[in-house]
Write a protein that binds this ligand. Structure first.
Ligand SMILES: C[S@@+](CC[C@H](N)C(=O)[O-])C[C@H]1O[C@@H](n2cnc3c(N)ncnc32)[C@H](O)[C@@H]1O
Length: 213
């Protein structure tokens, strides 16, 4: 039987057997997710929110949190006066907790990597933290994230190194730039994503900021 210790949750989400198993695992982890990742020193939401504050004004328009999970980013952004927030995720359990926080005007179950039910250019900014990663949202998800961002809007996301970056993300990021769909405007230094996580489970990440053309 699979246990539920902290390390097991990370092992389980990194080694889920397909999308349904991954969504189920997040559904089960949802109640303890915030407590666990805060204990690990999880850095992505704070650094993504910092990049939003650097590039986007609160009055610029609606921000999509793609792979919002329990809505830690929404919680942070709403304190900074970003009130027009929409969350999507494929785990209803995680979304229920995001909804409970009251930061999002709308929470919807959608799968990144499939067409999103939003019109072209619907958002002033799209954020995506900890979700563009192996076994989660694939590199092709970036095409839809760009499509739903209005021209001049920002796409702000984390990718870990080197495995994920080399695993199709860098190639897709470069292709979108070569095709004139977005341009790179900012990136953070590298940082340890989960500095206090059980040994062997933390990764090095970077926040990337692109502007839709
Ligand atoms: C590590 S959590 C990150 C959640 C939140 N962004 C944060 O930083 O706390 C990854 C989230 O992505 C969601 N997810 C994974 N793959 C997905 C996909 N293809 N489409 C939509 N959501 C996905 C999971 O359900 C989970 O809530």
């Amino acid at each position: 039987m699979r246990g539920n210790s902290d390390k097991d949750w990370l092992e389980r989400v990194y080694h889920a057997e397909g999308r349904d198993d991954l969504a189920r695992t997040y559904d089960e982890w949802a109640e303890d997710y915030d407590t666990d990742v805060i204990a690990y020193g999880y850095k992505n939401p704070a650094l993504v929110a910092a990049m939003v504050a650097r590039h986007v004004d609160p009055g610029d328009g609606v921000i999509l949190d793609a792979g919002a999970g329990t809505g830690i980013i929404g919680e942070v952004l709403s304190v900074l006066d970003y009130r027009e927030l929409v969350a999507v995720d494929m785990s209803d359990g995680m979304l229920a907790l995001a909804d409970k926080k009251g930061a999002y005007r709308e929470v919807r179950n959608m799968v990144l990597g499939e067409p999103l039910d939003f019109s072209d250019g619907a958002f002033a900014c799209v954020v995506c933290a900890g979700t563009l990663t192996v076994g989660h949202a694939p590199p092709e998800s970036l095409h839809e994230l760009v499509r739903v961002t209005r021209s001049g809007g920002f796409i702000i996301f984390t990718v870990s190194h080197p495995a994920n970056l080399d695993d199709g993300f860098k190639a897709t990021m470069d292709t979108l730039e070569a095709e004139g769909k977005w341009k790179s405007v900012d990136a953070s230094d590298e940082y340890l994503t989960l500095p206090n996580a059980p040994e062997g489970t933390s990764r090095v990440s970077r926040v990337y900021v692109y502007q839709a053309v």
